[in-house]
Design a binder for this molecule. Structure first.
Ligand code: AMP
Length: 281
């Protein structure tokens, strides 16, 4: 059976009010659909942590800095509802554009600092779009906990910051990245890869793992990084936008993993932008 779909904000509010009146806790899993095992792992974590679970599906135009990317983004609503069926979620909230951004909508939520680097530097406006839609989803669902993937590590930090700064009473829970057997991080964008590109895509993660090992062994950071970029480019990636070692909490750049650190990368393969990140140490 497919999961129950809710399209209107007033229906959602009614459901949540009834749950809260009965003292039940509510978890939310925000997504843009084209669901895979990565998303479903967040849903399972939410089911374990909360009495009620809402999955949201909204392909948020405000977070796409490229209109073509927005047009091409996979849309698979029926399949998504079917995949959520066995997980027994309480609602799949699928608002339309005007529900999220009615005529006259004029507010922008912008998180400073953390958003100046990495994807923020390469995708102007992206994190404002994320912060705005996530703020709305937090307020619309009134959830007690929200589940986000470490796959989008910078997004996880941004969302944690915004909830704290705006005193939104929600706990942001980060969940580990789920990967294909060959190491490729699961992503809705993987659906856009050609068969040939799919074969080479895991090289991004493999090169990152090799680089992390080298850094932990105390190798020269610049040499190791250059070797990793060369390996990624040999696999057919073009334009390695970034391949950085950064502090987990502040995202400031590090030359060696002297404190909790993360290696983060974004690169293009056959017209598809892939991102990944791994812990170092
Ligand atoms: P998206 O639909 O791509 O906006 O992702 C919705 C949520 O799922 C975000 O919190 C992502 O970080 C998370 N997510 C996406 N891919 C994965 C993955 N491979 N493992 C864990 N979480 C993921």
């Amino acid at each position: 059976m497919s999961a129950p779909i809710v399209r209107s904000l007033s229906d959602l509010r009614g459901m949540v009010a009834r749950w809260k009146q009965s003292g039940e806790t509510v978890g939310v899993v925000p997504t843009m659909g084209a669901l895979h095992q990565g998303h479903l792992s967040l849903v399972r974590a939410a089911k374990e942590g909360c009495d009620r679970v809402i999955v949201t599906i909204f392909i948020n135009p405000k977070q796409f800095n490229n209109p073509e990317d927005y047009e091409n983004y996979p849309r698979t609503e029926e399949d998504d509802a079917r995949k959520l069926g066995p997980l027994d979620v309480d609602a799949v909230y699928v608002p339309d554009g005007p529900t999220m951004y009615p005529d006259g909508f004029a507010t922008n939520v912008s998180v400073g600092g953390l958003t100046n680097v990495l994807c923020g530097a390469h995708r102007p406006g992206h994190f404002d779009g994320v912060a705005t839609v996530v703020s709305k989803l937090f307020l619309q669902t009134q959830a007690d906990r929200a589940y986000f993937g470490e796959k989008d590590f910078q997004q996880l930090q941004v969302v944690t910051r915004l909830a704290a700064d705006l005193d939104i009473p929600i706990e942001v829970v980060g969940c580990p990245t789920i990967r294909e057997e060959d190491g490729l991080a699961m992503s809705s964008r993987n659906l856009l890869l050609s068969d040939r590109a799919r074969v080479w895509a895991p090289e991004l993660n493999a090169a990152m793992e090799e680089l992390a090992e080298g850094l932990l062994a105390g190798g020269d950071a610049a040499d190791l990084r250059a070797q990793a970029v060369a390996r990624i480019e040999r696999a057919g990636f073009t334009d390695v936008e970034y391949l950085d070692l950064r502090a987990c909490d502040t995202l400031e750049e590090l030359t060696s993993p002297t404190r909790p650190a993360r290696l983060l990368a974004a690169a293009w393969l056959a017209g598809v932008r892939l991102i990944d990140n791994i812990a170092v140490g």
